[in-house]
Design a protein around this ligand. Structure first.
Ligand SMILES: Cc1cc2nc3c(=O)[nH]c(=O)nc-3n(C[C@H](O)[C@H](O)[C@H](O)COP(=O)(O)O)c2cc1C
Length: 372
């Protein structure tokens, strides 16, 4: 890995990885009434996971949602749903969303260790800090202030790591306590399953720079991503920690740029304004509520929010060649993984694997961004 966050990776770098959002909630990944040939049911998702692993995807990210928010009227629980997808695949890794509050680290560590054993090491976890106050209210969970949610998440991550790696784990935190706790069996992966985390606020970035293996950004412009990555990597280096970067993007790959742009315009034209505005209102409890007012969605426009993780901003919208170029550019600014979403997941994951990914791999070789 290069020492400067801005430097182009030299020979010896890893190929950029790909993940997709598991549609385990209804309504797809855009808040729009446009036709979406995507389903949240298990049969669709099993087939999608198989297609994804055969198309060159390494990871799938499941979502945690307890109540509807922006559509997403129906929501499957991510631990069990991820396990069903692991059972239907051979290589794909499932990044399981876990929400501190409803979950405590003892239960999560135990569930994920068992899943990791059952699948010979195909589990990862995404620690979600929460932005949706109404959801917490609905299930009777106390709602903490923004930065307190991250303090809790950090203790959660430290607890997971301790439980997974220490013979006898003792921890005295403000949120969690353990006394000579021995988890047996430990997870299959050593030292432990990878720990992902998202969020754009100061608290989210600082947590990533201290304890997470991976940091997920929301969608952003290349300059925006470069600044975020530089900030996190330099903070991590000061802490003697290293963190990999995953970038969110809504992909619209079509044979012509015009076709791709037309699809984007149609998604936005057919947006469900009430649901987008309701979402816009709820996310004010996220980064905007942080002391520096800088988190996810703090600067998002109505159009941005139609993809609820700002995925249009990353601009993987165009021809396969254009998209591959932009992905390779992301790699040169320090991105290790692109987290993708699509309008019609099944057919577009397949198309991405056939048309975009081979160009990415070729460009990585040509530009000596990977080991020969
Ligand atoms: C890639 C990614 C996946 C996320 N998945 C979920 C999820 O499944 N459920 C959820 O409630 N929040 C999810 N989040 C939200 C974050 O955990 C966090 O609460 C949110 O980004 C607010 O961060 P901020 O206010 O610190 O910027 C996700 C965020 C990202 C970037």
């Amino acid at each position: 890995m290069s020492s400067s966050p801005y430097a182009v990776r030299g020979p010896g770098g890893d190929p950029i990885r790909f993940a997709y959002w598991v549609p385990n909630v209804s309504g797809g990944l855009v808040i729009s009434n446009i036709e979406q040939r995507t389903s949240w049911d298990i049969d669709y998702n099993r087939k999608l996971a198989q297609t994804a692993e055969n198309s060159g995807f390494d990871y799938a990210l499941s979502q945690i949602r307890f109540t509807a928010g922006y559509g997403a009227e129906y929501q499957h629980e991510p631990v069990l749903f991820s396990h069903a997808l692991l059972a239907a695949t051979k290589q794909l890794k499932l990044i399981v969303a876990i929400l501190p509050g409803p979950w405590n680290p003892a239960v999560a560590a135990k569930q994920l260790a068992t899943m990791d054993q059952l699948t010979s090491g195909r589990v990862a976890v995404n620690i979600v800090s929460g932005w949706f106050r109404g959801e917490f209210h609905a299930i009777g969970e106390p709602w903490l202030d923004h930065d307190e949610r991250y303090r809790r998440s950090e203790e959660f991550i430290r607890s997971l790591k301790g439980i997974w790696t220490e013979d006898e784990f003792t921890f005295k935190g403000d949120f969690y306590r353990f006394n000579n706790y021995s988890l047996k069996p430990k997870p299959f992966q050593k030292p432990h399953p990878e720990i992902f985390q998202g969020g754009s606020s100061r608290a989210a970035r600082d947590m990533a720079a201290r304890v997470s293996d991976w940091y997920f950004t929301n969608g952003n412009t290349p300059d925006g991503h470069a600044a975020q990555i530089a900030d996190i990597k330099s903070k991590a280096a000061q802490n003697g920690h290293s963190v990999k970067i995953g970038v969110n993007a809504f992909v619209i790959a079509r044979e012509t740029e015009q076709e791709a742009k037309d699809v984007l315009n149609e998604i936005i034209e057919k947006a469900n304004p009430e649901a987008v505005r309701a979402f816009g209102h709820e996310v004010k409890n996220a980064g905007k509520a942080s002391p520096e007012g800088e988190g996810n969605w703090a600067k998002s426009t109505f159009e941005d929010l139609v993809q609820y993780n700002d995925g249009f901003k990353t601009n993987l919208i165009g021809t396969p060649e254009q998209i591959a170029e932009r992905i390779v550019h992301l790699k040169t600014i320090g991105v290790d993984l692109v987290l993708t979403a699509f309008l019609h997941f099944q057919e577009e994951v397949e198309y991405f694997g056939k048309r975009v990914l081979p160009i990415v791999r070729e460009l990585e070789q040509q530009r000596a961004l990977v080991a020969a």
